[in-house]
Design a protein around this ligand. Structure first.
Ligand SMILES: [Zn+2]
Length: 290
């Protein structure tokens, strides 16, 4: 059913772990999908493990991430309940297939697919049958996309997770949409794949300097307060500090990931299973530099 069966399996495992009643962002989650208005014209769409964003402007609709074919179809249907304006853009947040598969659904509506140069370059080297190549690229650390009276700042903080990771800032609405970099009330995802913890921390502190009030997420919740950025940063810093403390104590290297405990986060999703994996990722970065 899903356009991306591997991702479907990963999500099923994540959903099971988190005790969520969905197994993929596709068919099984369809009943739970909902549209949340975050600000006039700005919406989150999805369910527990996958939320995209879309903006309805005077001159058409801008969609941010498609996840997979089934999700994209459901997302388009939700948009069509609100407006019959053309889909003008689909913007990719970064290169990971689990966020950007199924773009053909919006392309068929006439959307121009836009991605950061680093995302597009990576996709050229690692094409997927499920991912439509971008039509246009943007480059550098910031680009303004204007449509009608609406404005989206595309912000690139440099290497942190994946390639060309784009944070969407809606200055008029005082909101940002950031995927993967901030997931509220959850420890890092498994082994924190394709994350540089050090660069992630730097990015979060720079992100926290932007002017906004609320955050839209791709996982766990549609929208939350700006303090979730600082919370995510604090978790990573606390994890690093706990690992540093074990290193200083002389705890054997191989034992450190299972020794580290952060009880202040034990109510966060994934704590029991993923904390040791998160610790491995940070420990290896400390030891290897990458
Ligand atoms: Zn990712």
């Amino acid at each position: 059913m899903s356009g991306n069966p591997v991702f479907g399996k990963v999500l099923a495992a994540v959903a099971l772990l988190l005790g969520l009643g969905v197994s993929s962002p596709g068919a099984d989650a369809r009943a739970a999908y909902k549209t949340t208005q975050v600000a006039p014209g700005l919406y989150s769409f999805g369910a527990g493990l996958a939320f995209n964003a879309f903006m309805i402007t005077d001159d058409g609709v801008i969609v941010m991430d498609s996840f997979d074919r089934d999700f994209a179809k459901a997302s388009l249907a939700a948009i069509r309940k609100l407006t019959d304006k053309p889909i003008r853009y689909l913007i990719y947040s970064h290169n990971h297939y689990d966020h950007i598969s199924g773009g053909e659904v919006f392309k068929a509506e006439g959307a121009t697919i836009l991605a950061h140069d680093a995302t597009a370059t990576w996709l050229e080297r690692h094409p997927s049958a499920d991912v439509v190549m971008p039509d246009q690229r943007w480059s550098g650390s910031k680009s303004e996309l204007r449509l009608g009276r609406s404005l989206i700042n595309l912000v690139y903080f440099g290497a942190n997770h994946g390639e060309g990771m784009t944070v969407f800032q809606f200055p008029n609405e005082r909101v940002i949409y950031t995927v993967d970099l901030v997931v509220p009330h959850r420890v890092g995802f498994a082994y924190m794949p394709d994350f540089s913890p050090r660069e992630w921390e730097r990015t979060l502190s720079e992100m926290d300097a932007l002017d906004f009030d609320r955050v839209m997420y791709a996982h766990n919740a549609p929208v939350g307060p700006r303090s979730s950025v600082a919370d995510q940063l604090k978790y990573l810093r606390d994890l690093r500090a706990a690992i540093d403390a074990e290193l200083k104590k002389g705890t054997p290297f191989m034992q450190i990931p299972n020794t580290v405990k952060l009880p202040q986060y034990q109510t966060w999703d994934g704590y029991a299973q993923w904390l040791p994996m998160n610790a491995w990722r940070v420990l290896l970065e400390i030891a290897m530099g990458v």
